[in-house]
Design a protein around this ligand. Sequence first.
Ligand SMILES: Cc1cc2nc3c(=O)[nH]c(=O)nc-3n(C[C@H](O)[C@H](O)[C@H](O)COP(=O)(O)OP(=O)(O)OC[C@H]3O[C@@H](n4cnc5c(N)ncnc54)[C@H](O)[C@@H]3O)c2cc1C
Length: 364
Amino acid sequence: MVGTLHAWHAVERGHEVVQIEREEEARGASLRNFGQIWVSGRAGGEELATALRARELWERIGRRVPGLGFRPCGSLTPVRGERELAVAEAALARPDAADRGYKLLTADETRAVNPALRGEFTAALHCERDAAVEPRTAQLALRTALRASGRYAFLPGREVREVVGRGAVRDDHGDVHRGDAVVLATGAWLGGLVRELAPDLPVRRVRLQMAQTAPLGEQLTTSVADADSFRYYPAYASEALDALNAARPQAPTAAAHRMQLLMVQRLDGGLTIGDTHEYEHPFAFDTLEDPYEHLTQVVEGFLGRPLPAIRRRWAGVYAQCADPSRVVHREQVREGVWLVTGPGGRGMTCAPAIAEQTGSELGW
Ligand SMILES: Cc1cc2nc3c(=O)[nH]c(=O)nc-3n(C[C@H](O)[C@H](O)[C@H](O)COP(=O)(O)OP(=O)(O)OC[C@H]3O[C@@H](n4cnc5c(N)ncnc54)[C@H](O)[C@@H]3O)c2cc1C
Protein backbone atom coordinates (compact mmCIF):
# COMPACT_ATOMS: atom_id res chain seq x y z
CA MET A 1 0.00 0.00 0.00
CA VAL A 2 2.90 2.34 0.70
CA GLY A 3 4.25 1.70 -2.81
CA THR A 4 0.83 1.85 -4.44
CA LEU A 5 0.01 5.18 -2.80
CA HIS A 6 3.36 6.62 -3.88
CA ALA A 7 2.32 5.60 -7.38
CA TRP A 8 -1.07 7.22 -6.85
CA HIS A 9 0.45 10.45 -5.63
CA ALA A 10 3.00 10.65 -8.47
CA VAL A 11 0.39 9.88 -11.15
CA GLU A 12 -1.87 12.55 -9.66
CA ARG A 13 0.94 15.03 -10.22
CA GLY A 14 1.24 14.08 -13.87
CA HIS A 15 4.21 11.70 -13.63
CA GLU A 16 4.55 8.29 -15.23
CA VAL A 17 5.00 5.41 -12.81
CA VAL A 18 6.17 1.83 -13.14
CA GLN A 19 5.38 -0.25 -10.05
CA ILE A 20 7.40 -3.42 -9.66
CA GLU A 21 6.07 -6.17 -7.37
CA ARG A 22 7.85 -9.37 -6.52
CA GLU A 23 4.67 -11.44 -6.17
CA GLU A 24 2.05 -12.05 -8.85
CA GLU A 25 -0.18 -9.95 -6.60
CA ALA A 26 0.93 -8.27 -3.39
CA ARG A 27 0.76 -10.58 -0.35
CA GLY A 28 2.29 -8.40 2.36
CA ALA A 29 1.06 -6.56 5.44
CA SER A 30 -1.21 -4.34 3.37
CA LEU A 31 -3.55 -7.26 2.65
CA ARG A 32 -3.28 -8.83 6.07
CA ASN A 33 -4.33 -5.91 8.21
CA PHE A 34 -7.67 -4.82 9.68
CA GLY A 35 -8.14 -2.04 7.19
CA GLN A 36 -8.47 0.31 10.13
CA ILE A 37 -7.88 3.94 9.41
CA TRP A 38 -7.07 4.37 13.03
CA VAL A 39 -6.84 7.89 14.42
CA SER A 40 -7.94 7.24 17.99
CA GLY A 41 -4.77 5.89 19.60
CA ARG A 42 -2.20 7.93 17.71
CA ALA A 43 0.38 9.96 19.64
CA GLY A 44 -0.33 13.70 19.70
CA GLY A 45 1.75 15.87 17.36
CA GLU A 46 3.26 14.62 14.10
CA GLU A 47 1.74 11.15 14.31
CA LEU A 48 -1.79 12.44 14.83
CA ALA A 49 -1.38 15.12 12.19
CA THR A 50 -0.19 12.47 9.70
CA ALA A 51 -3.08 10.15 10.53
CA LEU A 52 -5.65 12.95 10.23
CA ARG A 53 -4.22 14.10 6.91
CA ALA A 54 -4.17 10.49 5.70
CA ARG A 55 -7.77 9.98 6.79
CA GLU A 56 -8.76 13.03 4.74
CA LEU A 57 -6.87 11.63 1.72
CA TRP A 58 -8.43 8.16 2.15
CA GLU A 59 -11.87 9.72 2.12
CA ARG A 60 -11.06 11.72 -0.98
CA ILE A 61 -9.55 8.73 -2.82
CA GLY A 62 -12.44 6.56 -1.61
CA ARG A 63 -14.93 8.84 -3.36
CA ARG A 64 -13.11 8.23 -6.65
CA VAL A 65 -12.38 4.53 -6.04
CA PRO A 66 -15.47 2.95 -4.46
CA GLY A 67 -13.71 -0.46 -4.54
CA LEU A 68 -11.60 0.72 -1.58
CA GLY A 69 -14.67 0.30 0.57
CA PHE A 70 -13.86 3.46 2.52
CA ARG A 71 -16.41 4.06 5.28
CA PRO A 72 -16.26 6.66 8.04
CA CYS A 73 -17.52 4.17 10.61
CA GLY A 74 -15.77 5.48 13.73
CA SER A 75 -14.77 3.18 16.57
CA LEU A 76 -15.96 2.27 20.04
CA THR A 77 -13.83 1.09 22.93
CA PRO A 78 -16.20 -0.26 25.59
CA VAL A 79 -14.89 0.03 29.14
CA ARG A 80 -15.76 -1.83 32.30
CA GLY A 81 -15.39 -0.48 35.82
CA GLU A 82 -13.99 2.73 37.25
CA ARG A 83 -10.36 2.24 36.30
CA GLU A 84 -10.95 1.69 32.58
CA LEU A 85 -13.47 4.53 32.60
CA ALA A 86 -10.84 6.82 34.12
CA VAL A 87 -8.48 6.08 31.20
CA ALA A 88 -11.24 6.97 28.72
CA GLU A 89 -11.92 10.19 30.67
CA ALA A 90 -8.21 11.06 30.60
CA ALA A 91 -8.23 10.59 26.81
CA LEU A 92 -11.20 12.91 26.60
CA ALA A 93 -9.29 15.57 28.53
CA ARG A 94 -6.48 15.63 25.94
CA PRO A 95 -6.12 18.99 24.19
CA ASP A 96 -6.47 17.19 20.82
CA ALA A 97 -9.56 15.15 21.83
CA ALA A 98 -11.83 17.17 19.54
CA ASP A 99 -9.53 16.60 16.52
CA ARG A 100 -9.99 12.87 17.05
CA GLY A 101 -13.73 13.19 17.55
CA TYR A 102 -13.59 11.58 21.00
CA LYS A 103 -16.81 11.29 22.96
CA LEU A 104 -17.63 9.31 26.08
CA LEU A 105 -20.88 7.39 25.68
CA THR A 106 -23.00 5.69 28.32
CA ALA A 107 -23.78 2.01 27.78
CA ASP A 108 -27.20 2.89 26.34
CA GLU A 109 -25.75 5.52 24.02
CA THR A 110 -23.14 2.99 22.90
CA ARG A 111 -25.86 0.49 21.98
CA ALA A 112 -27.75 3.19 20.12
CA VAL A 113 -24.63 3.82 18.00
CA ASN A 114 -23.81 0.12 17.59
CA PRO A 115 -26.82 -2.11 18.40
CA ALA A 116 -24.75 -5.29 17.90
CA LEU A 117 -22.99 -4.57 21.23
CA ARG A 118 -25.43 -6.31 23.55
CA GLY A 119 -22.85 -7.46 26.09
CA GLU A 120 -21.78 -6.00 29.41
CA PHE A 121 -19.87 -2.73 29.74
CA THR A 122 -20.09 0.53 31.68
CA ALA A 123 -19.47 3.08 28.92
CA ALA A 124 -17.45 3.45 25.73
CA LEU A 125 -14.93 5.82 24.20
CA HIS A 126 -16.21 6.80 20.78
CA CYS A 127 -13.73 8.01 18.18
CA GLU A 128 -15.67 9.53 15.35
CA ARG A 129 -12.64 10.05 13.07
CA ASP A 130 -11.75 6.36 12.77
CA ALA A 131 -12.62 4.73 9.46
CA ALA A 132 -12.10 1.51 7.52
CA VAL A 133 -11.19 0.23 4.08
CA GLU A 134 -11.09 -3.29 2.60
CA PRO A 135 -7.47 -4.43 2.73
CA ARG A 136 -7.86 -7.53 0.56
CA THR A 137 -9.13 -5.58 -2.43
CA ALA A 138 -7.88 -2.03 -1.89
CA GLN A 139 -4.72 -2.37 -3.96
CA LEU A 140 -6.58 -4.03 -6.81
CA ALA A 141 -9.11 -1.21 -6.86
CA LEU A 142 -6.40 1.45 -6.77
CA ARG A 143 -4.52 -0.24 -9.59
CA THR A 144 -7.59 -0.31 -11.81
CA ALA A 145 -7.97 3.43 -11.30
CA LEU A 146 -4.24 4.01 -11.82
CA ARG A 147 -4.26 2.08 -15.12
CA ALA A 148 -7.10 4.28 -16.35
CA SER A 149 -4.73 7.27 -16.09
CA GLY A 150 -2.64 5.87 -18.94
CA ARG A 151 0.48 6.81 -16.97
CA TYR A 152 0.85 3.70 -14.83
CA ALA A 153 2.24 0.22 -15.43
CA PHE A 154 2.27 -2.63 -12.93
CA LEU A 155 4.99 -5.23 -13.39
CA PRO A 156 4.25 -8.20 -11.13
CA GLY A 157 6.45 -11.25 -10.58
CA ARG A 158 9.67 -9.22 -10.63
CA GLU A 159 11.98 -8.67 -7.72
CA VAL A 160 14.11 -5.53 -7.67
CA ARG A 161 17.63 -6.83 -7.02
CA GLU A 162 20.12 -4.06 -7.62
CA VAL A 163 20.62 -0.33 -7.96
CA VAL A 164 22.61 0.15 -11.16
CA GLY A 165 22.98 3.91 -11.40
CA ARG A 166 21.21 7.17 -10.69
CA GLY A 167 17.49 6.37 -10.38
CA ALA A 168 18.00 2.97 -12.03
CA VAL A 169 17.31 -0.54 -10.75
CA ARG A 170 17.68 -4.02 -12.22
CA ASP A 171 15.06 -6.70 -11.58
CA ASP A 172 15.51 -10.49 -11.44
CA HIS A 173 14.56 -10.79 -15.11
CA GLY A 174 17.64 -8.74 -15.89
CA ASP A 175 15.60 -5.73 -17.03
CA VAL A 176 16.73 -2.25 -16.01
CA HIS A 177 14.14 0.39 -15.06
CA ARG A 178 15.10 4.07 -14.99
CA GLY A 179 13.24 6.99 -13.50
CA ASP A 180 13.66 10.48 -12.11
CA ALA A 181 13.10 8.83 -8.74
CA VAL A 182 13.02 5.27 -7.44
CA VAL A 183 11.06 4.62 -4.24
CA LEU A 184 11.74 1.29 -2.57
CA ALA A 185 8.66 0.45 -0.50
CA THR A 186 9.52 -3.11 0.42
CA GLY A 187 7.50 -3.35 3.63
CA ALA A 188 9.05 -5.80 6.09
CA TRP A 189 11.45 -7.33 3.52
CA LEU A 190 14.57 -5.81 5.00
CA GLY A 191 17.21 -8.34 3.90
CA GLY A 192 18.93 -8.67 0.53
CA LEU A 193 18.79 -5.45 -1.46
CA VAL A 194 17.58 -3.35 1.49
CA ARG A 195 20.35 -4.62 3.80
CA GLU A 196 22.95 -3.83 1.14
CA LEU A 197 21.61 -0.31 0.69
CA ALA A 198 20.92 0.49 4.35
CA PRO A 199 22.85 -1.91 6.59
CA ASP A 200 22.01 -0.10 9.85
CA LEU A 201 18.33 0.44 9.24
CA PRO A 202 16.66 1.59 12.52
CA VAL A 203 13.65 -0.60 11.86
CA ARG A 204 12.43 -3.81 13.48
CA ARG A 205 9.94 -6.47 12.39
CA VAL A 206 6.79 -7.37 14.30
CA ARG A 207 4.56 -10.40 13.71
CA LEU A 208 0.80 -10.43 14.40
CA GLN A 209 -1.88 -13.13 14.42
CA MET A 210 -5.30 -12.43 12.95
CA ALA A 211 -8.57 -14.15 12.08
CA GLN A 212 -11.73 -13.63 10.11
CA THR A 213 -15.14 -15.07 10.95
CA ALA A 214 -18.20 -16.12 9.00
CA PRO A 215 -20.73 -13.27 8.54
CA LEU A 216 -22.13 -11.90 11.80
CA GLY A 217 -25.65 -11.74 10.38
CA GLU A 218 -26.10 -8.14 11.47
CA GLN A 219 -24.27 -4.90 11.06
CA LEU A 220 -21.42 -3.86 13.30
CA THR A 221 -21.76 -0.16 12.67
CA THR A 222 -18.39 0.83 14.15
CA SER A 223 -15.08 -0.89 14.57
CA VAL A 224 -14.49 -2.04 18.14
CA ALA A 225 -11.45 -2.17 20.44
CA ASP A 226 -11.11 -3.42 24.00
CA ALA A 227 -9.57 -1.54 26.90
CA ASP A 228 -6.34 -3.51 26.47
CA SER A 229 -5.77 -1.24 23.46
CA PHE A 230 -5.33 1.59 26.00
CA ARG A 231 -2.19 -0.18 27.20
CA TYR A 232 -0.52 -0.11 23.75
CA TYR A 233 -1.50 3.10 22.00
CA PRO A 234 0.37 6.28 22.99
CA ALA A 235 -2.72 8.53 23.03
CA TYR A 236 -3.94 6.80 26.18
CA ALA A 237 -0.79 7.27 28.28
CA SER A 238 -1.95 8.88 31.53
CA GLU A 239 -1.83 8.51 35.29
CA ALA A 240 -5.16 6.73 35.01
CA LEU A 241 -3.55 4.17 32.69
CA ASP A 242 -0.63 3.68 35.12
CA ALA A 243 -3.20 3.07 37.86
CA LEU A 244 -5.07 0.56 35.67
CA ASN A 245 -1.84 -1.29 34.81
CA ALA A 246 -0.82 -1.40 38.47
CA ALA A 247 -4.19 -2.50 39.80
CA ARG A 248 -5.22 -4.83 37.03
CA PRO A 249 -2.60 -6.39 34.80
CA GLN A 250 -3.74 -7.90 31.52
CA ALA A 251 -5.13 -11.43 31.45
CA PRO A 252 -2.19 -13.86 31.24
CA THR A 253 -2.77 -14.88 27.59
CA ALA A 254 -3.20 -11.25 26.54
CA ALA A 255 -0.03 -10.25 28.42
CA ALA A 256 2.00 -13.17 27.05
CA HIS A 257 1.14 -12.25 23.45
CA ARG A 258 0.90 -8.44 23.93
CA MET A 259 -2.70 -8.54 22.82
CA GLN A 260 -5.56 -6.17 22.40
CA LEU A 261 -8.84 -6.69 20.62
CA LEU A 262 -9.45 -4.80 17.42
CA MET A 263 -12.45 -5.81 15.36
CA VAL A 264 -13.69 -4.55 12.01
CA GLN A 265 -16.61 -5.87 10.02
CA ARG A 266 -15.80 -6.70 6.40
CA LEU A 267 -18.21 -5.78 3.65
CA ASP A 268 -19.27 -9.46 3.43
CA GLY A 269 -20.38 -9.32 7.08
CA GLY A 270 -17.44 -11.32 8.50
CA LEU A 271 -15.41 -9.92 11.38
CA THR A 272 -11.67 -9.38 11.19
CA ILE A 273 -10.33 -9.83 14.71
CA GLY A 274 -6.86 -9.64 16.25
CA ASP A 275 -4.18 -9.18 17.34
CA THR A 276 -0.98 -10.35 18.98
CA HIS A 277 2.52 -8.82 18.82
CA GLU A 278 5.66 -10.92 18.54
CA TYR A 279 9.04 -9.18 18.58
CA GLU A 280 11.56 -11.96 19.24
CA HIS A 281 13.21 -13.72 16.31
CA PRO A 282 12.95 -16.25 14.83
CA PHE A 283 9.20 -15.74 14.48
CA ALA A 284 6.86 -18.68 14.94
CA PHE A 285 5.98 -20.28 11.61
CA ASP A 286 2.60 -21.46 12.87
CA THR A 287 -0.37 -19.76 14.53
CA LEU A 288 -1.17 -20.46 18.18
CA GLU A 289 -4.67 -21.23 19.44
CA ASP A 290 -4.55 -19.51 22.89
CA PRO A 291 -4.77 -15.98 21.50
CA TYR A 292 -7.81 -16.92 19.41
CA GLU A 293 -9.53 -18.39 22.45
CA HIS A 294 -8.85 -15.17 24.36
CA LEU A 295 -10.15 -12.99 21.53
CA THR A 296 -13.27 -15.12 21.20
CA GLN A 297 -14.04 -14.59 24.88
CA VAL A 298 -13.50 -10.83 24.68
CA VAL A 299 -15.65 -10.43 21.56
CA GLU A 300 -18.45 -12.56 22.97
CA GLY A 301 -18.40 -10.40 26.10
CA PHE A 302 -19.08 -7.30 23.98
CA LEU A 303 -21.54 -8.85 21.54
CA GLY A 304 -23.41 -10.81 24.20
CA ARG A 305 -23.63 -13.75 21.77
CA PRO A 306 -21.34 -16.43 20.35
CA LEU A 307 -18.70 -15.38 17.87
CA PRO A 308 -19.46 -16.70 14.36
CA ALA A 309 -17.12 -19.54 13.36
CA ILE A 310 -13.60 -18.47 12.52
CA ARG A 311 -13.09 -19.14 8.81
CA ARG A 312 -9.56 -17.87 8.25
CA ARG A 313 -6.47 -17.49 10.40
CA TRP A 314 -3.24 -15.88 9.34
CA ALA A 315 -0.19 -14.02 10.52
CA GLY A 316 1.39 -10.90 9.11
CA VAL A 317 4.61 -9.01 9.64
CA TYR A 318 5.14 -5.30 9.54
CA ALA A 319 8.24 -3.14 9.80
CA GLN A 320 8.31 -0.55 12.57
CA CYS A 321 10.75 2.28 13.27
CA ALA A 322 12.88 1.35 16.29
CA ASP A 323 12.02 4.79 17.66
CA PRO A 324 8.23 4.42 17.85
CA SER A 325 7.71 8.20 17.85
CA ARG A 326 8.85 8.28 14.19
CA VAL A 327 6.01 7.82 11.71
CA VAL A 328 8.17 6.29 8.99
CA HIS A 329 11.78 5.78 7.95
CA ARG A 330 12.48 7.68 4.73
CA GLU A 331 16.09 7.66 3.58
CA GLN A 332 17.92 8.44 0.37
CA VAL A 333 20.02 5.31 -0.06
CA ARG A 334 21.62 6.07 -3.43
CA GLU A 335 21.43 8.89 -5.96
CA GLY A 336 17.81 9.07 -7.08
CA VAL A 337 16.81 6.14 -4.86
CA TRP A 338 14.76 6.43 -1.66
CA LEU A 339 13.75 3.77 0.83
CA VAL A 340 10.41 4.24 2.62
CA THR A 341 9.61 1.67 5.30
CA GLY A 342 8.83 1.23 8.99
CA PRO A 343 5.35 2.77 9.43
CA GLY A 344 4.55 -0.04 11.87
CA GLY A 345 1.00 -0.74 12.95
CA ARG A 346 -0.15 2.54 11.42
CA GLY A 347 1.04 1.95 7.85
CA MET A 348 -2.39 1.34 6.36
CA THR A 349 -3.72 4.45 8.08
CA CYS A 350 -0.86 6.75 7.21
CA ALA A 351 0.21 5.49 3.75
CA PRO A 352 -1.49 8.27 1.70
CA ALA A 353 0.06 11.01 3.85
CA ILE A 354 3.46 9.27 3.89
CA ALA A 355 3.39 9.17 0.08
CA GLU A 356 2.33 12.81 -0.10
CA GLN A 357 5.21 13.76 2.19
CA THR A 358 7.71 11.86 0.04
CA GLY A 359 6.33 13.75 -2.96
CA SER A 360 6.86 17.09 -1.19
CA GLU A 361 10.40 16.17 -0.15
CA LEU A 362 11.27 15.05 -3.68
CA GLY A 363 9.56 18.03 -5.31
CA TRP A 364 6.94 16.06 -7.30
C1 LIG B 1 -1.76 -8.24 10.86
C2 LIG B 1 -1.56 -6.77 10.64
C3 LIG B 1 -2.57 -5.87 10.98
C4 LIG B 1 -2.40 -4.51 10.77
N1 LIG B 1 -3.44 -3.65 10.96
C5 LIG B 1 -3.33 -2.36 10.57
C6 LIG B 1 -4.44 -1.50 10.57
O1 LIG B 1 -5.58 -1.93 10.78
N2 LIG B 1 -4.26 -0.19 10.31
C7 LIG B 1 -3.03 0.30 9.98
O2 LIG B 1 -2.90 1.50 9.79
N3 LIG B 1 -1.96 -0.52 9.84
C8 LIG B 1 -2.09 -1.83 10.12
N4 LIG B 1 -1.02 -2.67 9.98
C9 LIG B 1 0.23 -2.14 9.46
C10 LIG B 1 0.16 -2.00 7.94
O3 LIG B 1 -0.51 -3.11 7.37
C11 LIG B 1 1.55 -1.88 7.36
O4 LIG B 1 2.29 -0.86 8.01
C12 LIG B 1 1.47 -1.51 5.88
O5 LIG B 1 0.59 -2.37 5.20
C13 LIG B 1 2.87 -1.57 5.26
O6 LIG B 1 2.71 -1.35 3.89
P1 LIG B 1 3.93 -1.56 2.92
O7 LIG B 1 3.44 -1.25 1.56
O8 LIG B 1 5.12 -0.83 3.46
O9 LIG B 1 4.29 -3.12 3.07
P2 LIG B 1 3.70 -4.41 2.37
O10 LIG B 1 2.22 -4.36 2.30
O11 LIG B 1 4.29 -5.58 3.05
O12 LIG B 1 4.21 -4.33 0.88
C14 LIG B 1 5.55 -4.45 0.51
C15 LIG B 1 5.54 -5.02 -0.89
O13 LIG B 1 6.84 -4.95 -1.44
C16 LIG B 1 7.07 -6.14 -2.17
N5 LIG B 1 8.53 -6.29 -2.26
C17 LIG B 1 9.40 -6.42 -1.24
N6 LIG B 1 10.67 -6.47 -1.69
C18 LIG B 1 10.58 -6.34 -3.03
C19 LIG B 1 11.56 -6.29 -4.08
N7 LIG B 1 12.85 -6.35 -3.82
N8 LIG B 1 11.11 -6.17 -5.36
C20 LIG B 1 9.79 -6.09 -5.65
N9 LIG B 1 8.82 -6.12 -4.69
C21 LIG B 1 9.23 -6.24 -3.41
C22 LIG B 1 6.38 -7.21 -1.38
O14 LIG B 1 6.11 -8.37 -2.15
C23 LIG B 1 5.12 -6.49 -0.91
O15 LIG B 1 4.04 -6.64 -1.81
C24 LIG B 1 -1.16 -4.04 10.23
C25 LIG B 1 -0.15 -4.94 9.90
C26 LIG B 1 -0.35 -6.30 10.10
C27 LIG B 1 0.74 -7.26 9.71
